[in-house]
Design a binder for this molecule. Structure first.
Ligand code: SAM
Length: 239
């Protein structure tokens, strides 16, 4: 039977990624710190190494199927939690300029610790709400790519995320099969925010039956100044 390390390397290869030895070690260290901190603070419902490898690491890496990264882009992960999906991407593209944003202080402390342990540089940590930072000129429309997984449905999520993306940049939302309906419900909001759904891409996740999709949204025009609205409003009254 294949052990979890083999699943990491073989699964990555299936996604078109050849991990080197030091990247494999970084992933294993990440898992170790995640499991340790998960005993004290709620980071993930998964604890088994195999599950972490497949449902967190490989699932995050599957974003490469939707983004053509060169490796030096500015990327923000909105509602990153324990670092998904962007930290696995940072391991394979160490020169990315990455911003990790989350409303939970404990999770941001975890992210600082894990990035230090893994020796990752060019990472900015933000403890705060997406709605607040989306109105801050240092962050608004500054990113080539924004990613998000498991934060909110697309109509709400787009108001959190699209304001961060520069014109001609992209927002990649990691979703499940429900995304088709979410795209229909979110189309109006995405348009108002300056976005346009380019496509929904089906993803086959190695060693899993789970159906995964990437919704890829182009930023076609600037986000009007009134968006994002005040913290809490996008969820309370989706556009
Ligand atoms: N993206 C991670 C993943 O896929 O494992 C975490 C998902 S977790 C279910 C949702 C995260 O989004 C939480 O860590 C929460 O604090 C964060 N979050 C929710 N709403 C937010 C907001 N408005 N601004 C910033 N972070 C938010």
């Amino acid at each position: 039977m294949m052990d979890y390390k083999e699943k990491l390397t073989k699964g990555s290869k299936e996604l078109g990624i050849d991990l080197n030895q030091s990247q494999v070690e970084q992933f294993l260290n990440y898992m170790q710190v995640l499991r340790k901190w998960n005993k004290k603070i709620n980071l993930t419902a998964l604890d088994k190494p195999e599950e972490i490898i497949v449902k967190h690491f490989l699932d995050s890496l599957s974003c490469v199927k939707g983004i053509n990264l060169v490796g030096k882009e500015k990327v923000i992960d909105v509602g990153t939690g324990a670092g998904f999906p962007s930290l696995p991407l940072k391991i394979i593209y160490p020169d990315l300029a990455l911003t990790l944003l989350d409303a939970s202080k404990k999770r941001v402390s975890f992210l600082q610790r894990v990035c230090y342990k893994l020796g990752l540089s060019k990472v900015e940590f933000i403890h705060g709400r997406a709605e607040d930072y989306g109105q801050n000129d240092d962050y608004r429309e500054r990113y080539d790519y924004a990613v998000a997984r498991a934060v909110a449905s697309l109509n709400v999520l787009s108001e959190y995320v699209v304001p961060f993306v520069k014109k001609e940049g992209q927002f990649i939302a990691q979703k499940g099969p429900e995304v088709e309906q979410e795209v229909i419900n979110g189309e109006q909001a995405i348009k108002l925010l300056g976005g346009k759904v380019l496509k929904v891409k089906e993803i086959t996740l190695p060693f899993s039956e789970a159906e995964r999709r990437l919704a890829i949204i182009d930023k076609v025009s600037s986000t009007p100044v009134e968006y994002p609205r005040q913290a809490g409003q996008p969820k309370k009254k989706p556009l």
